[in-house]
Design a protein around this ligand. Structure first.
Ligand SMILES: Cc1cc2nc3c(=O)[nH]c(=O)nc-3n(C[C@H](O)[C@H](O)[C@H](O)COP(=O)(O)OP(=O)(O)OC[C@H]3O[C@@H](n4cnc5c(N)ncnc54)[C@H](O)[C@@H]3O)c2cc1C
Length: 351
């Protein structure tokens, strides 16, 4: 059981702040930090804090979090239950069960090494496996929803430990009904991965399929070039990844923007509901925010490799990130009438 009274699992708060728990490296101190190394500890800790009425935040890799500066009235519960286990062999697929605290990219490496396909395009996404359903992580045309079969949740509303089917999470583009609601904690998850030698068609390579290990290497290289693989030495990766989701608009709005910019080839992707998804990065650039904005010396800047990432150049506080986010969002709205929606989870601050 992990709790305040268990010395090995409670870390002194003076050692830790959200600046050291998040990839954006901003944010103040939680009241306490509790590290849970099994699914049962994670569930029991959340249950106990909820019963006490103690505000809490479950933290995985901290790669999709923007947390306010200063003292925070919450306890950080670190999901650190690790493990990857094949639990069922089917004719054409293997079911893997994964602890929420497992590093996500270790799961991808494990699968690729065993010729299990379906997640190779999600190589290099930072953070924990348990957070992947939270915003239905995706990249290069793939999403976790395609392989996620079921999730073991600690349901904070009913105080129950239950396996639920993936469909019950209402997974959609960078969304599930877990995101922003904190209604449940992911304890474990199961993925159905195909026995395959070739990757799924890779969208950015015109639908080409590569041997799994090559596909993984290719994705990692592509992501690195954009600052989308964590590297402590590269401030372009001190971020929360893509800072805004790609907006989905009516065709008439897309036509107006394309005509307004007067450039051929605006990225626009038809959606099942008849609307179109635009590229937030493209809109940001066309609204007058180039890579590296506002320039050398600023504590918070757009990545010098990708306009969609807001980055900490080493001395930024949450307030600097928020200010830059407001400026970029305001600029895009003023120019195109489109209000960008931040992708990360915000704690104690808002754009
Ligand atoms: C450089 C970089 C590149 C990125 N690229 C991508 C990308 O290509 N595609 C993409 O989709 N995302 C991307 N992201 C965003 C991020 O990596 C993912 O959202 C990731 O899944 C977050 O995992 P985490 O463990 O770090 O979550 P955290 O940041 O720790 O938490 C995020 C949210 O999930 C909740 N949460 C965490 N663990 C659990 C749990 N076990 N149960 C319930 N709730 C939980 C937290 O409370 C919080 O609300 C990128 C981020 C960075 C920094």
């Amino acid at each position: 059981m992990c709790g305040h009274d268990h010395q090995t699992t409670v870390v002194a708060v003076s050692d830790s702040s959200f600046a050291s728990l998040t990839t954006l490296r901003v944010g103040g101190a939680p009241r306490a930090l509790i590290r849970c190394t099994s699914a049962e500890e994670l569930a029991a800790t959340v249950a106990r804090l909820d019963a006490e009425g103690t505000p809490l935040l479950v933290v995985g890799g901290g790669s999709n979090l923007v947390v306010a500066d200063g003292q925070l009235d919450l306890t950080a519960v670190l999901a650190r239950n690790e493990g990857i286990e094949p639990v069922e062999e089917l004719v054409d697929a293997t079911i893997l069960r994964i602890g929420a605290g497992t590093v996500w990219d270790d799961v991808v490496a494990f699968a690729v090494e065993r010729d299990l396909g379906g997640i190779e395009a999600l190589s290099g996404i930072p953070g924990s496996a348990g957070a992947t359903p939270v915003q239905n992580v995706g990249a290069y045309g793939a999403e976790i929803s395609e392989v996620l079969t079921r999730v073991r949740l600690w349901n904070r509303e009913t105080n129950t430990d239950e396996w639920v089917p993936a469909e019950s999470l209402e997974l959609a583009y960078r969304y599930s009904n877990l995101k922003f609601t904190h209604r449940a904690v992911v304890l474990e998850l199961e993925l159905r991965l195909e026995k395959a030698e070739l990757s799924r068609p890779l969208r950015h390579l015109g639908g080409q399929r590569l041997p799994l290990a090559e596909a993984r290497a290719e994705i990692l290289a592509t992501r690195r070039a954009k600052g989308m693989v964590l590297d402590a030495a590269d401030h372009d990766t001190w971020s929360a990844g893509s800072f805004f989701t790609n907006p989905v608009v009516d065709t008439a709005v897309a036509d107006t923007i394309e005509a307004q910019v007067g450039e051929a080839g605006m990225p626009r992707f038809a959606q099942p509901d008849g609307r179109e998804k635009l590229s937030a990065a493209w809109l940001i650039e066309r609204a007058g925010f180039p890579r590296g904005y506002p320039g050398e010396g600023a504590p918070a800047r757009l990545s010098t490799k990708h306009t969609l990432a807001l980055t900490n150049r080493g001395s930024a506080a949450a307030a600097d990130i928020v200010e830059l986010a407001r400026e970029v969002r305001g600029g895009v709205e003023k120019r195109f009438g489109v209000r960008l929606v931040p992708e990360p989870v915000w704690v104690g601050v808002e754009v």
